[in-house]
Design a binder for this molecule. Structure first.
Ligand code: ZN
Ligand code: ZN
Length: 357
């Protein structure tokens, strides 16, 4: 079943209903590959990409199962959409109320007409995206592999005196050289006391002996992201930071071992949180344990104290506990994992034992 067929099935779209998609990640998913601008119309009768001259050839190549309709000066996107709705006799149009601005929605409604009823899609495409197909899994494994290999390659390049920014550039370049088509997100490098900043922006701080260095990075391959974090030591770390490292590693190992279909997101998060608290770091693990990954770097469900969803086989989710101590530093270890019936497969294959450079 194609992704667009899954959507029709999931929504029980009747012959007089259609869906219009604006979110680029949903468009990529539902067309199985179109990455240009425009919008997508899906009904029981038609699969159409509405776009302008710049993207028509690309759309035909990337989404051969979809018809491409070109806009022009007199026929902008919404007029083309209205034509399709008329041809199909549509009386109900599903749309992404979470994504469209009020202005965009108003102009859409003006073009298509007041007689049509407008029903929110309520994250239906995102719900389908949660479960990865075998083909998506193959792509994500490749993205994770490049990320793991980049970590291996970067270890030989970390030197005292280089700045965080220089390390970021090396790491990004290495991912591209290994086959990344893009970066999944802006690489985070946090060294020494900057390590307590979970989302540190790499700056001009120079690496020193005794630093712990946290690197959070990911490659994008075939439109899918990977996400991994490793903290390494430049020279022998302090006993205090060693204890932090071992606590985070133990928490991560426990959670990966517990990850499986049927488990509750809240419970997995609690496992890490309780253990970290018990080691004397209560309040030092201030973010969720993980998030799903796919076309977007952050997808639902999340491993967090506020998520009570059940994990399903085929979800790809990160496990990333961390401990952050202002003035001292921080440690985070993150793997991207594929949830299976009886456990999980870590798509990230890089070693997790502390590397002392
Ligand atoms: Zn990350
Ligand atoms: Zn992450």
């Amino acid at each position: 079943m194609t992704a667009s067929e899954k959507l029709i099935d999931h929504l029980h779209l009747g012959s007089q209903s259609a869906a219009v998609i604006h979110d680029p990640s949903n468009i990529f998913y539902l067309t199985e590959g179109y990455s240009g601008e425009g919008l997508v119309y899906i009904s029981a009768k038609k699969r159409v990409i509405i776009t302008d001259f710049r993207y028509t050839e690309q759309a035909e190549k990337q989404a051969p199962d979809f018809r491409t309709v070109m806009t022009d000066k007199d026929n902008p996107h919404n007029r083309r959409l209205a034509e399709l709705c008329r041809e199909d006799g549509i009386t109900e149009l599903r749309f992404e109320s979470n994504y469209l601005s009020v202005d965009t929605f108003e102009s859409l409604r003006t073009a298509v007409g007041e007689e049509v009823s407008y029903v929110p899609l309520k994250y239906a495409p995102q719900a389908l995206r949660q479960i990865k197909t075998p083909a998506e899994t193959v792509t994500m494994r490749k993205a994770a592999q490049i990320t793991s290999e980049a970590f291996d390659a970067i270890l030989g390049k970390i030197r005292p005196g280089m700045t965080e920014k220089e390390l970021q550039i090396e790491l990004d370049f290495t991912m591209y050289r290994l086959g990344a088509e893009a970066l999944a997100f802006d690489t985070i490098i946090a060294s020494g006391e900057n390590g307590s900043l979970c989302h540190a922006i790499p700056g001009q701080r120079r690496l020193e002996k005794g630093d712990m260095i946290t690197m959070d990075f990911g490659a994008k391959v075939g439109g899918y992201c990977s996400d991994m974090t490793r903290t390494v030591a430049l020279g022998q770390p302090s006993p205090e930071m060693l204890k932090v490292y071992n606590t985070v590693l133990r928490a991560q190992t426990m959670c990966k071992a517990a990850l499986a279909a049927g488990k509750n997101c809240f419970d997995i998060d609690k496992l890490a949180r309780d253990y970290i608290d018990s080691q004397g770091y209560a309040g030092r693990f201030g973010h969720g344990l993980g998030h799903c990954v796919g076309i977007d770097i952050h997808e639902d469900p999340r491993l967090s104290p506020s998520c009570h969803e059940t994990l399903k086989a085929g979800m790809v989710i990160t496990v990333e506990p961390g401990v952050y101590i202002p003035g001292l530093g921080g440690v985070r270890i993150e793997d991207t994992c594929l949830v299976k019936e009886n456990g999980c497969e870590s798509l990230t294959t890089a070693p997790r034992e502390l590397v002392i450079l």
